[in-house]
Design a protein around this ligand. Structure first.
Ligand SMILES: NC(=O)c1ccc[n+]([C@@H]2O[C@H](COP(=O)([O-])OP(=O)(O)OC[C@H]3O[C@@H](n4cnc5c(N)ncnc54)[C@H](OP(=O)(O)O)[C@@H]3O)[C@@H](O)[C@H]2O)c1
Length: 244
């Protein structure tokens, strides 16, 4: 299996990468921080990966994305799976005060992801096979006062993926939308933990399974599907009064 992972230093994505490494996968990893990327790559080699290549990529640098994807295709001799995992949780109250913070959060979580997907979709469509998976979030299911900038970006990516799935189905390409709930990773280091938090291992391994099973939309853990169904179903006149 030839796998490209964008944002491979994420705690969740590195667990998915371990599952591929244990299956003797061939991996191309991108990450923003070179030293972190090198340590993830070393770990995957020890765990059995047949090949691990790395490239530094700050996804916000959109003009650099296509050349990194081309380099992954060339190093691995093609791609079977691409997983987009990068993400940044902005400070909601800072975003409310500063346009520049809001725009930066939308850029990294939405625009950069859509730009990557545009290049990857054309590659997989021409190949007539493969799988694109993207980590979005349950936060995209409904706007809440505590994180609607992040939620808007994740919700926008989800809608984009829906259209892409519809387009690529005829070419035999699967598009997997991954919607985790709360996960105990560096991203949520400042958030008080509760029983709803899942481990990155559980979430990362579930993403691997979802890709292997060519699922369309997965909530991880599973119970977020009914929870979010209820939350989405609440009428706006009631929802706007809640402090969520
Ligand atoms: N943790 C949660 O509760 C939760 C819930 C739902 C969805 N998610 C989503 O899960 C995905 C993985 O996050 P995580 O929980 O595993 O957190 P994490 O360990 O903090 O990973 C976030 C990753 O995004 C990378 N990143 C951020 N901005 C980047 C940029 N401009 N260019 C390249 N890489 C960038 C970070 O790179 P550096 O290491 O260099 O900073 C890091 O590898 C994200 O898409 C996140 O939105 C997380």
């Amino acid at each position: 299996m030839r796998v490209l992972i964008i944002g491979a230093t994420s705690a969740i994505a590195s667990e998915t990468a371990r599952a591929y490494a244990e299956g003797r996968g061939r991996l191309f990893l991108t990450g923003r921080t070179g030293a972190k990327l090198a340590s993830v790559a070393d770990d995957l080699r020890v765990r059995g990966a047949a090949e691990v290549h790395t490239a530094e990529l700050d996804v916000a640098q959109i003009p650099l994305q296509a050349q990194i994807i081309e380099s992954a295709i060339s190093k691995l001799g093609g791609l079977d799976v691409a997983l987009i995992a990068h993400g940044a949780l902005p400070d909601q109250s800072a975003c409310e005060k500063l346009v520049v913070d809001t725009v930066a959060a939308l850029h990294v979580n939405f625009t950069a992801t859509v730009a990557l997907l545009t290049v990857l979709a054309n590659y997989f469509e021409a190949q007539h096979s493969g799988c694109i998976a993207v980590i979005t979030s349950v936060a995209g299911d409904r706007g809440r006062q505590s994180n609607y900038v992040y939620g808007a970006a994740k919700g926008g990516v989800e809608r984009f993926l829906q259209g892409l799935r519809n387009r690529l189905h005829a070419s035999g390409v699967t598009v997997v939308t991954v919607k985790p709930g709360f996960v105990d990773t560096p991203m949520t280091a400042g958030v008080k933990k509760n029983l709803l938090f899942a481990s990155p291992r559980r979430v990362g391994r579930s993403i691997h399974r979802a890709i292997e099973r060519r699922r369309d939309v997965v909530y991880i853990p599973w119970f977020w599907r009914p929870v979010m169904m209820v939350i989405r179903g609440l009428p706006e006149r009631l929802f706007k009064r809640l402090h969520l």
